[in-house]
Design a protein around this ligand. Structure first.
Ligand code: PLP
Length: 405
């Protein structure tokens, strides 16, 4: 197919639910992607958070090939070894728990919401946060603290109370005798790379312990080494009651996982929740290869080191350009808040061979693979520097945004 034919097929046959970038990719390796014309791009937002190992990691490819030649699928009323092994590894690397496998982040959060309601035995309210993002299925969407995603889909699922992020008093005021859980991302990804404060998280843990609430931590984006630890909660010295995972656990293949503290893990009993494809043999083999590669290739250490380097270089850009308001993040989850819209900058980066993301209109999001090199970071920053240098600054910006008009 030629590029134009691909665009035409999408236009005619695929529902227009995504804003599309006019690129057709055919090949990927590590932090690089090749388009249909063989142009190469440096991917600093691989797989929308699913690409922590970069593209086509050899260990994942080998694991998939091996499993696919033996047994592609077996439903969840039978046993198979890849699921048994993967569950054991996730539990080993996280906290004493049991897991439930599904296929996406939204599904993992749905499972957590259902478990919380069952656990609540009449208590059903879940406190979530402004600017959070928990997925597009109806309950996950109802948990999401961003009206722009919910608009048009009302009535939403009842029982969610959204309060200000990083504000413990707001949480306390929202508590009722019906509250059963608090659900949050420790770094809000879609919401603009907003980092939860330590005292806030410790305070949440304390409230949950005192009131017998479940602390649900959505690690769909922060999990699997993104922040330099395998799970982001490990930065805070707390243990969640439920952790949800997806994205990078599958290295690009669909997986979701709910990890539930052992003493409440039997809340859901046979017949209460299910997923046909959840935890199939192929994806479980792939996810095992992901976890092993993160450990064997010392990717957590690399994410910490390269993350510090990336944030340092971004901070230097902030000193140089007035349009940068703030640089924030942990490990290789970096946000650059601008005082102008970021869309044009992302487009120019793309035209110059660098793929990044803009979220919340004004926050550039850089989440390179955990095996990114210093050289690749230097190259990305050089491109970004050039583009930011061309963007309107100071007086020009004021005229540009009409403030002096
Ligand atoms: C924190 C968080 N939770 C949940 C989701 C939903 O995941 P999925 O798209 O796999 O359903 C996302 C997706 O971006 C996310 O970032």
């Amino acid at each position: 197919m030629k590029k134009e034919e691909v665009f035409e097929s999408y236009k005619e046959n695929i529902m227009p639910t995504y804003k599309k970038v006019p690129l057709v990719f055919t090949k990927g390796k590590g932090s690089r992607l090749w388009d249909i014309h063989n142009n190469v791009y440096l991917d600093f937002f691989p797989g929308w958070g699913a690409g922590n190992l970069g593209h086509c990691h050899p260990k994942v490819m080998a694991a998939v090939r091996e499993q696919i030649s033996k047994l592609i699928f077996i439903p969840n009323n039978y046993y198979h070894i890849p699921q048994a092994r993967l569950a054991k590894e996730i539990v080993y690397w996280s906290f004493p728990s049991k897991v439930f496998f599904c296929n996406s982040g939204a599904e993992a959060n749905e499972a957590a919401i259902k478990l919380a309601r069952k656990f609540g035995d009449g208590r059903y309210e879940i406190i979530t946060f402004d600017d959070s993002f928990h997925g597009r299925t109806l309950a996950a969407l109802s948990a999401t603290g961003q009206k722009k995603y919910q608009s048009g889909f009302e009535p939403l699922v009842a029982g969610f109370k959204t309060v200000k992020f990083n504000d413990l008093e707001a949480v306390k005021s929202a508590l009722t005798d019906k509250t059963v859980a608090v659900m949050l991302e420790l770094i809000q990804g879609e919401g603009g790379v907003n980092v939860a404060k330590r005292d806030f998280v410790l305070g949440l843990r304390k409230i949950c312990d005192e009131k017998k609430l479940l602390l649900i931590v959505d690690e769909v984006q922060t999990g699997i080494g993104r922040t330099g630890k395998l799970f982001c909660y490990q930065h805070y010295g707390i243990t969640p009651d439920i952790m949800t995972l997806a994205k990078a656990l599958g290295a690009g293949l669909p997986i979701g996982c709910m990890v539930v503290k052992k003493d409440i893990a039997d809340t859901l009993t046979p017949g209460m929740h299910a997923s046909t494809f959840g935890g199939g043999p192929v994806i479980c083999k792939a996810a095992q290869a992901v976890l092993r590669s993160v450990k064997k290739e010392k990717l957590l250490a690399n994410a910490q080191k390269m993350g510090e380097y990336l944030l340092l270089l971004l901070a230097a850009l902030k000193d140089r350009y007035e349009i940068i308001e703030e640089v924030r993040g942990i490990g290789l989850m970096a946000g650059v808040e601008l005082n102008i819209e970021g869309k044009a900058i992302v487009e120019k980066c793309m035209q110059n061979g660098l793929l990044i993301n803009c979220t919340h209109d004004k926050v550039l999001r850089l989440m390179p693979a955990l095996n990114v090199t210093k050289k690749e970071i230097d190259k990305a920053i050089a491109i970004l520097n050039r583009i930011l240098g061309d963007a309107p600054q100071g007086d020009t910006l004021q005229r540009f945004s009409g403030k002096n008009a």
